[in-house]
Write a new protein. Structure first.
Length: 277
């Protein structure tokens, strides 16, 4: 079943518990994480919660619970919901106070949802997906996993309108990342991806996949590359908690490589699956 949590209480997901004056609701004044659970085990949960803490710090928001307490609450939610393959959404905001832009003196709010996983089909992994190139119109602090996702949502929808799975974003001619994924190009056996600076979210899956690549003897260069470089790549792929390692076979009307998942992406996907266990 699905389950929710709001400020200390486990509740049904359709409970009407968020007051109008909640700052996540009114300002998007908060940060979040998405954690995947495979067969009862949260995958890289500590890494996600450390990033949540760093995102909170970056917007001067105090963590409502310690990382250890979050881990306990997540385990409790999974047990209560009787979920083994799940997606947990964790959000913290600056709390509930009469609408005023400056910070209120109130405790932060925590909400969570526990839902069955929405995994991609094996066919999607085997065939790969198409992406659309779109302008990166986001702010300069994309390393913060903030609730303010309007540019991401607009880009994702524009891509969907073109029949694409994801929007790959371009800033000043360089590929940054996807609307909710990190982006990679492979040329002559080398994996290229944007450096983890303020222009992208430093993906937890990204870090795991780059480590898997290095352990497999695949060279990785954390260098920004242009959209022309992507279009001429031998292979391309994206990563995220929900999409794992997914081949990009088409960028708008351009076929990437052979138009099917290539050897590097297939190897990385297989090794990533092993890591999951
Ligand atoms: N999205 N870049 C952006 C902009 C993202 O929103 C995400 C994650 C990623 C990949 O990060 P990770 O590997 O840690 O999931 C990169 C989540 C899944 C979401 O918003 O649903």
């Amino acid at each position: 079943m699905t389950l929710a949590f709001f400020n200390g209480e486990f509740l049904p997901t359709d409970s009407l518990v968020i007051p109008i004056d909640e700052r996540g609701h009114q300002f998007g004044d908060g940060v979040y994480e998405v954690i995947k659970i495979y067969d009862g085990t949260p995958f890289l949960m500590r890494e996600h919660l450390v990033r949540l803490e760093n995102s909170a710090k970056a917007i001067r928001l105090e963590m409502p619970y310690s990382i250890e307490r979050f881990e306990e609450l997540i385990q409790e939610g999974l047990t209560r919901a009787q979920l083994r393959d799940a997606q947990v959404y964790v959000q913290i905001t600056r709390g509930i106070a009469t609408r005023l832009h400056s910070f209120p003196d109130v405790p932060p709010s925590t909400s969570m949802t526990f839902r069955p996983s929405k995994s991609l089909t094996e066919e999607t992994f085997n065939t790969g997906i198409k992406v659309a190139l779109l302008e990166d119109e986001r702010w300069y602090n994309c390393y913060i996993k903030s609730l303010n996702l309007l540019p991401n949502i607009l880009a994702k929808q524009a891509a969907a309108d073109r029949g694409c799975f994801e929007a790959v974003l371009v800033r000043d001619g360089y590929i940054t990342e996807g609307s909710s994924t990190n982006t990679y190009a492979v040329k002559d056996g080398v994996v290229y991806t944007h450096p983890a600076n303020k222009r992208i979210l430093n993906g937890i899956t990204r870090a795991a996949v780059l480590q898997v690549a290095q352990e497999s003897g695949i060279e990785v260069r954390e260098e920004a590359f242009t959209s022309e470089f992507l279009l001429a790549a031998d292979e391309a792929f994206l990563t995220s908690t929900t999409a794992e390692v997914l081949a990009i076979t088409h960028v708008d009307d351009t076929v990437i490589g052979t138009g099917t998942p290539g050897p590097v992406v297939r190897q990385l996907h297989a090794k990533f699956r092993k890591l999951i266990g």
